[in-house]
Structures are given as structure tokens and as C-alpha cells.
Design a protein around this ligand. Sequence first.
Ligand SMILES: NC(=O)c1ccc[n+]([C@@H]2O[C@H](COP(=O)([O-])OP(=O)(O)OC[C@H]3O[C@@H](n4cnc5c(N)ncnc54)[C@H](O)[C@@H]3O)[C@@H](O)[C@H]2O)c1
Length: 252
Amino acid sequence: MSLENKIVLVTGGASGIGRATVNRLALDGAHVIVADRQVELSNEVVTEIIQAGGSAEVCELDVAEEGAAAAAIKAIVSSHGRLDGAFNNAGITGPTVKLLDIDPKEWAQVLAVNLTGVFSCVQAEIAQMVQQEAGGSIVNTASICGLVALPHATAYNSAKHGVIGLTKSAAIEYGPKKIRVNAVCPGFIDTPMLAKGAGASQEVLDGVVRQLPIRRIADPSEVADVVAWLMSPHSSYVTGVAMPIDGGWTAQ
Ligand SMILES: NC(=O)c1ccc[n+]([C@@H]2O[C@H](COP(=O)([O-])OP(=O)(O)OC[C@H]3O[C@@H](n4cnc5c(N)ncnc54)[C@H](O)[C@@H]3O)[C@@H](O)[C@H]2O)c1
């Protein structure tokens, strides 16, 4: 197993892409810390993993709360002695409106979770990993909205473009410390977020599918597979990339 005994943090691990990834990393042998603000759902995920023979624990975390990520990582290190990997994935959708109609409070909320929340995690993770001889692997969740813009999603597009800039900056500064930092850019993935997000009526989703070269929405496990690879030694020379997992959406 490629992640045998690795200590790996997953934010937003209670649902959707995070949940699928937690399961996949545990199958690969990692001890997974499921960090989410939804504690009940996180407990459910951890119970499933332990029943299946894996190893996991819950960490209640709101990534947008100042100092919370640093405190969570300090607690992980005091229990486990190190942090080998992290998937900074917690995120929310933004308002589905044109730029002129964005409420500054909604803008601030989307940026606080989707960009500053990732920054706070990355900063605390790297602070720990520079002290470890083995370094570590960090994967951030951006989106196709970090590579191109979708309409009526200015705050979300802006935050996700920021995640890619953050990923590249961290990768070039901390490569010499054996820390790899990459981003995944999912397209349209079948999760609760897609179901409630940006005008996602069946009609809108049917239109999306017609435009997708692969002609279908993805299963979250298809993102988890890529994250597990980026987390593992099999991607040892890959850093600073923003990898689309989008059925060809951004190739058009
Ligand atoms: N589903 C898609 O089509 C899609 C596409 C591109 C990118 N993404 C990104 O993937 C990530 C996961 O999304 P998903 O589709 O699995 O959504 P989801 O809503 O199923 O899961 C998101 C998880 O993040 C948690 N979360 C939200 N805010 C948090 C906070 N402040 N602190 C801690 N946890 C928090 C939620 O409780 C939830 O468990 C997000 O960053 C999202 O922007 C999703």
C-alpha cells in the first residue's frame, strides 16, 4: 500500500470529494484525519473506515476561523509526531449572480473559506513539514473555475484562481525542503455541492453533459484516485501543477 502508516489530513472530509478521498487514502494504508465543520457526518465516515479495517479519526475544524487550522495541526502533531500529507479541500459555492449584484459579505465569505481557509492550512502544514526530514505532500482543491471562468460565479472563480497561485508559490518555495504542493481542478462532480449549486437544475446539468467531451458527470472517486496518486511517492517528481479532472472541459 503506497501510503502505509502515513498521517494525512483531509479538510472537507465529511462529504463529496473529501469523503471519497478519505476512503481511498485509508484503503491505501494512511491514517486519515477527517477535518470538517460537520462533526456528525465526519463520525459516520470514520466509523465506516474503521469497520472496513482502516484507520481514521475526526477533527472538528472550520477552516475559516482564524487560528483554527494551526491549532488542529498542532494537535495532530502532538498525537502522531508528524504530518505526512494534506488534502485541503473544504469549500463552498458562492452566490449565483452577476458581478454587479455581489453582496460584499458573500464575497468575503467565499474568499474566507475557499482561499484564506486553504492558505491557513497550507501555512500551518508547511511550517510542520519543513521540520521533518521526509518533507510531505500537499494537494489543494481548486476547480475548473481556477483555470477558466464560469458565468455568475465571480467570487468562486476568483478564490479558485487564487488557490492555483497559492499552490504554485508554495511549490517553488518549499520544493527544496522535499515538500510537494499540487492542485486538482475538478470539473462537474456528482456531490451534494453540485446538486445544490449554481442553478443546477436537471436541465442545466443536461446542457453541461452535452458540452462535456466525456459526456457525463464524474463520480467523486475519480477525483479521489488522482489525489491519492498526487499524495503518493508514485508522483515524486510532480509539483506545482494544477491538474484538470474535468472530462475534457478545459481542453475545448
Ligand atoms: N462538486 C463539484 O462539481 C466540484 C467541482 C470543482 C471543485 N469542487 C470543489 O471540491 C471541494 C469539495 O466539494 P464537494 O463537491 O465535495 O462539496 P460538498 O459540499 O459535498 O463537501 C464540502 C465539504 O466541505 C465542508 N466545509 C465547508 N466549509 C467548511 C469550513 N469552513 N471548514 C471546514 N469544512 C468545511 C463541508 O462541511 C463539506 O463536508 C470544494 O472545494 C469545491 O469547491 C467541487
